[in-house]
Design a protein around this ligand. Sequence first.
Ligand code: AMP
Length: 501
Amino acid sequence: MHFLDAFAQQVARQPEAPALWAHGQWYTYAELAARAGDIQAQLQALPVLPPRIGVLTGDDMSTYAALLAILGLGCAYVPVNAHHPAERNAAILEDAELTLLLATRPEAARQAIPPAHYRAVLPLTAGTSRASAFVHKPAAPEQLAYILFTSGSTGRPKGVPISHGNLQTFLAAVADPAVYALEPRDRFLQMFDLTFDLSVYSWLLPLTLGASTCVLPEDGISYLHIAELLEECQLTVALMVPSVLAYLQPYLEELELPHLRLSLFCGEALPHATTLAWSRCIPHARIENVYGPTEATIFCLRYVWQAERSAAESVNGIVPIGRPLPGTYAYVADAAGQPLPAGTPGELCLLGAQVSTGYWHNPQKTAAAFFATQWAGVQQQAYRTGDEAYVNIQGDFIYTGRIDNQVKIDGYRVELGEIEHHARTFTGLAQVAAVAAPVANGNMTLHLFLENYTADTGPLKAHLAAQLPPYMQPRQIHKLDKLPLNVNGKIDRKALAQRIA
Ligand code: AMP
């Protein structure tokens, strides 16, 4: 069943059941659907309904109702974060050709994006008139559901369009009772910014199952709040990034979460040692390491963690990423794209119905990363992930790192080239290098190295703050007479990272 039909069915079947918790308040399925219906009525009253609609990210019920409203009308949503720099947001609006933004806080939308880049902001007011029913038009598989913009190495974020077919394949795979046995009594943690695709698992999946989602408040967010929310709302399902565990480490001794029954980690390499410490807080939960890039819709490989077996199967302390979900195929390829035998490391390639058609309006980047090929007797869309992996003796995929300069900072994807592009443009220097290095708790932080830069770094910092989202800004800028080079004459990032350690 299509995910919008599933949501509508839950609204009809159990209108008074809790659907969403936000700002300390529960909203029922009927309330959420009515709010979405009201927003749809506002949208349908416009002279022209745009095919893609921007949504200013927020942690309130109306923002989630807006996402449902947009999807129900057969349009695609494009999330925009008010805390990200205006110029970056403007580039996203231009690229996605957005004319309309929906925002609970219209003034924040106007501040976050220069008005020259859109025609209108539609305010999402808090009330629910219940005057208009939620509409959901039948959606063709190729119809766009959302576009998410991720870090781009050339300095401009790149758009990943995800279709209803991509999303439906993912939701059907994870809703399969044989996979996760999710139930209407389940309460999901939603801790992700809506620009991050893991949010879609956390808010949309529960609403198709008659379950509920609890939205972590945006303001004053601290990692301890996550633990508090898990406890207070007696959450049963939590998808998190492994970085959260590093921040929770000092509290793990006292933390007890008996209600949690499914604890998924995605977005970064999962260390076995911290998982073991976490497992003691959640005696009734199954833990899984799930893997996937935005380009292949949320996640598409999974590995069930188990203390003893996983201790033996982890490599360099990192938990395997496991095997594909139904509908996805994976193999390891050499530099020429040819499949490699088990045990041999190479680039992880993903195929199947979760894989996007390619980057939004970017044929060059699409050609470099996406291709179509025959697999399992049918033509499949395929994606080169840039991740290095191999298949172990049990048949599980082992993640060993990146083959390029993409890193993760608290789960957020960062192309070091994007930071370097902005640093180079501002300073006029040829030799700059952004480097990710671990901090005491094991998480990564960003540093920027400049060769032979004599000026004060204050203005450069201000420039980077105006161009890059907070998680992409270097914590420290270092000035060196000369950047070290490796044997190939390239900047030696490993040597730079060691300088920080
Ligand atoms: P994103 O598109 O932001 O979800 O980032 C996708 C990238 O995150 C992947 O290509 C991997 O490099 C990394 N990633 C996602 N899940 C995992 C995992 N379970 N283990 C290791 N790396 C992961």
